[in-house]
Design a protein around this ligand. Structure first.
Ligand code: NAP
Ligand code: L37
Length: 367
């Protein structure tokens, strides 16, 4: 079976930035978490909003700006994942450079892509580009659809033993003839930057334990809530979807942040009744515009993970991407909403870079 080791990119950025965020250490063993205060958020006065208004702590950096793309009556704030992700990448760029200069180590991320799903190929390409932009080395293995599980595991083992690789990501979904569990179990837990190893997920679920890595998409959702100063503690949160890669870890994370969490899935009866009580909604379903404005509690904060292509004759690609939540309607009811694209997607990639950097730091005991 042929396989190709496609690239090794060792470019590093020399840019040094004024850092917009105060860095704090998360409970997750030193994983980089970048928080800033945001505000004021200009919430509608009649809406009981979960958003707290905090003062901006840096005048030379824009606060995550609140654009109103929806016109008319809409009043929700737009949670700008694209902009926040850029700020995080700038911070990571500076940290990567600092580490290289201090100890000569450059973090490395290996990505394994099996088959030729177009969406997966796009995300992997974006991950490679993001690595380049912050100076992280990237390694990519592309394997044909009909590869065997053993072939995938062979590459994982090589990356497990390669000291220049600090993070290994197997892009999901794998072809249906492979046992996902066998493949994910083969990733060294110390390099499991996707956080999908059962040991990492198990630790995420247990009180008093910390995973080495938190899955990138849910971590990106929580990071957006933090950066927009959305209080989570004591709030009612609903996660729509219970997949291993998004819904389930998102619910665990919200619970760790002291939200009261309900999970809605395909067998839930009357989902709108449950969703209507939520202060915070994270939707990861994969159904375009499923969540209607009338399902939302006024002032709720909506994090829309869904990425759904729908036909669009006006787009050069012939389709456009929409979320799980009807954006125009949500903008009229919610206090803050993530757009699709430009919301959670770019944060997923930023969190992957953050996990890779913290892995390299942990391995080399570099603060
Ligand atoms: P998935 O594995 O297909 O899981 C979908 C979940 O939604 C399942 O738990 C399913 O319930 C539930 N569901 C399906 N139809 C439903 C309905 N009508 N009502 C309530 N729940 C329903 O999908 P995923 O991997 O979690 O991805 C979900 C979406 O997020 C997709 O659009 C994907 O493209 C997107 N995504 C985005 C990012 C990002 O970075 N923005 C990252 C990953 C995924 P059951 O468990 O009962 O089947
Ligand atoms: N870490 N992420 C990890 N591991 C996996 O196995 N499947 C998977 C995964 N998912 C993933 O990478 N999702 C994802 C989805 C969207 C983007 C990035 C990653 C993204 O960049 N979305 C852009 C739009 C991209 C486009 O135009 O096609 C956005 O703005 O939402």
């Amino acid at each position: 079976m042929s396989s190709s080791l496609l690239f090794l990119d060792s470019s590093t950025s020399t840019a040094s930035h004024l850092l917009p965020f105060s860095r704090i250490t998360t409970p997750f063993n030193g994983a980089v978490s970048l928080r800033r205060s945001v505000g004021p958020l200009n919430v509608r006065p009649f809406v009981l909003s979960p958003l707290r208004t905090l003062s901006v702590n840096s005048s030379n950096n824009p606060s995550p700006v609140i654009n109103d793309k929806s016109g008319g009556e809409a009043s929700a704030k737009i949670i700008d994942g694209k902009m926040v992700a850029k700020q995080i990448r700038d911070e990571i760029t500076a940290e990567v450079l600092k580490m290289k200069e201090a100890i000569g180590i450059v973090p490395g991320l290996a990505v394994i892509l099996v088959g030729d799903r177009k969406d997966s190929a796009t995300y992997v390409r974006n991950k490679k580009k993001a690595c380049e932009s912050v100076g992280i080395n990237s390694f990519e293995v592309r394997l044909p659809e009909d590869s065997t599980e053993q072939e995938v595991i062979k590459f994982i083992s090589e990356f497990n033993n390669d000291p220049s690789v600090h993070g290994i990501l197997v892009q999901l979904p794998l072809p249906s003839h492979m046992d996902e569990q066998n493949v994910l179990n083969a990733v060294d837990i110390e390099k499991d930057v996707d956080g999908f190893h059962p040991l990492n997920i198990g630790r995420l679920a247990m009180r008093g334990r910390d995973p080495l890595f938190v899955p990138c998409t849910p971590k990106g959702c929580i990071e957006l809530l933090h950066r927009y100063a959305v209080e989570i503690k004591g709030k009612r949160a609903v996660v729509i979807g219970r997949s291993n890669i998004v819904g389930m870890p998102a619910a665990l994370l919200l619970q760790r942040e002291d939200a009261t969490v309900s999970i809605v899935h395909s067998r839930t009866k009357n989902p709108e009744e449950i969703i209507k009580h939520a202060d915070i909604i994270i939707s990861a379903v994969g159904q375009p515009n499923m969540v209607r404005g009338s399902w939302l509690k006024p002032g709720a904060v909506v994090i829309d993970v869904g990425i759904n292509p729908v036909e669009d004759a006006n787009s050069p690609r012939g389709y456009k991407l929409v979320g799980d939540v009807c954006y125009e309607e949500a903008c009229k009811v919610a206090s803050a909403v993530t757009p699709v694209p430009g919301g959670v997607g770019p944060m997923t990639i930023a969190m992957l870079l953050s996990n890779t950097l913290s892995s390299a730091k942990r391995t080399h005991n570099f603060q």
